[in-house]
Write a protein that binds this ligand. Structure first.
Ligand SMILES: [Ca+2]
Ligand SMILES: [Ca+2]
Length: 390
């Protein structure tokens, strides 16, 4: 790019890049600019070119070959008062180039643009033109492999391993039109995904979820190592109509070739799974059991009354999870009776929700009872999902 004696603001923009948290930009350059008045800077856009930020101001850092000066604020340069490459040797046109290495990890994400911005200030008495800016061999490293699109596993994918207690809800805001949720504090319950990064690749996995007012927490483990606690607590929606947002998503990258496992453990309150997405990785997992069909129905019980519904236990059921959630935070009880008339469990509601998980040893018709022990009518939704052999 050539400099001029007059005002100039030239940009050389890279193609969109899929940057990872360890991506670097390297290039070679030489330059001669009017020292302190004209210069070059590196800028990044994370919104498709609508807005740009200086690479350092935006969180990037030079590993080597960083800016060597700054531009005067006095002569109207488009990059006035900013750090930049400026000055340089009068023999720049024939000098050897120097390498610049920039850590772009702060800009990790898809469709990142980087531009070389050459700015010359306006003509003034004594201005010198400089010679220009030579840039060569521009490379981005550790990008998410070009052309690799994530393959997503919806919450009902049979490759995801679920414990008992995961219910499927159809909901238009969810990816694929549905999500799963788990209710209640269950240190033994989980959702896992086993996946593999092929030789020669660096993989990543993301997990998308939802939030609602009864949202709790889950601990995320990757390859047996605790990564973070995700909170599902939100301020809007309800357990079965939660809020979905693009940022309700966690991602782990830089996964080396081989087998990996993502785990949701130590579940409390309501926990959501919308989907998992794999980049440069795949899953052939075949869990031996998983959630069967979810039944979901509203019910009412007046003061002191019991509402009973029959439930045909699907064949192959190993466990069953039943959730009764009332529209108000009032006391009630939930019980499940087996086909022999034996009460398997009775639980009290807390915070308007009663959760009952029990093993299944008998086929046939079970009875789900909601017992209203509050001082007013009770409106509730009963949700039941078995864990079945696959
Ligand atoms: Ca100038
Ligand atoms: Ca989904």
């Amino acid at each position: 790019m050539r400099t001029t004696l007059d005002l100039k603001d030239d940009r050389l923009v890279t193609p969109p890049q899929k940057l990872s948290s360890t991506s670097h930009l390297t290039f070679w350059h030489r330059f001669q600019f009017e020292d302190g008045f004209d210069g070059g800077a590196l800028e990044v856009s994370t919104d498709g070119g609508a807005t740009w930020v200086d690479v350092v101001a935006g969180g990037g850092s030079f590993v080597s070959g960083g800016y060597n000066g700054s531009i005067s604020g006095s002569f109207g340069s488009p990059i006035a008062s900013r750090p930049a490459w400026t000055g340089g040797s009068s023999t720049a046109a024939t000098d050897s180039m120097t390498q610049v290495i920039v850590n772009l990890g702060a800009f990790a994400g898809l469709d990142r643009l980087v531009r070389f911005r050459l700015a010359a200030d306006r003509l003034a008495v004594g201005s010198l033109p400089g010679q220009g800016w030579w840039i060569d061999d521009v490379q981005f490293t550790n990008t998410l492999v070009e052309g690799a699109c994530p393959s997503c596993l919806e919450d009902d994918d049979s490759r995801i391993a679920y414990s008992n207690g995961w219910h499927l809800i159809n909901y238009t805001s969810a990816s694929g039109g549905h999500f799963r949720y788990h209710s209640g504090n269950s240190p033994q319950h989980f959702a896992n995904l086993d996946f593999t990064v092929p030789a020669g690749s660096t993989g990543s996995i993301s997990y998308a979820f939802a939030k609602s007012p009864k949202g709790g927490t889950a601990d995320i483990y990757l390859d047996g190592v605790f990564k973070q606690t995700v909170s599902y607590a939100g301020s809007v929606g309800s357990t079965q109509a939660p809020e979905f947002k693009p940022e309700y998503n966690v991602q782990y990258g830089n996964l080396t070739a081989g087998a990996h496992k993502l785990e949701l453990k130590n579940l409390t309150g309501v926990v959501y799974v919308d989907r998992f997405c794999l980049t440069n990785s795949n899953s052939n997992a075949q869990p031996a059991s998983g959630p069967g069909n979810t039944t979901n129905q509203p019910g009412t019980a007046s003061t002191g009354q019991t509402s009973s519904t029959n439930y045909q236990m699907p064949s192959g059921s190993q466990e069953i999870s039943v959730v009764a959630e009332a529209s108000l935070n009032v006391p009630f009880k939930l019980a499940v009776i087996n086909p022999s008339g034996l009460t398997l469990q009775t639980v009290d509601a807390t915070n308007g929700t009663a959760v009952l998980n029990t093993s299944v040893t008998q086929n046939g018709v079970y009875v789900i009872k909601v017992i209203n022990v509050s001082l007013g009518p009770l409106q509730f939704t009963t949700t039941a999902t078995p864990l079945v052999k696959r």
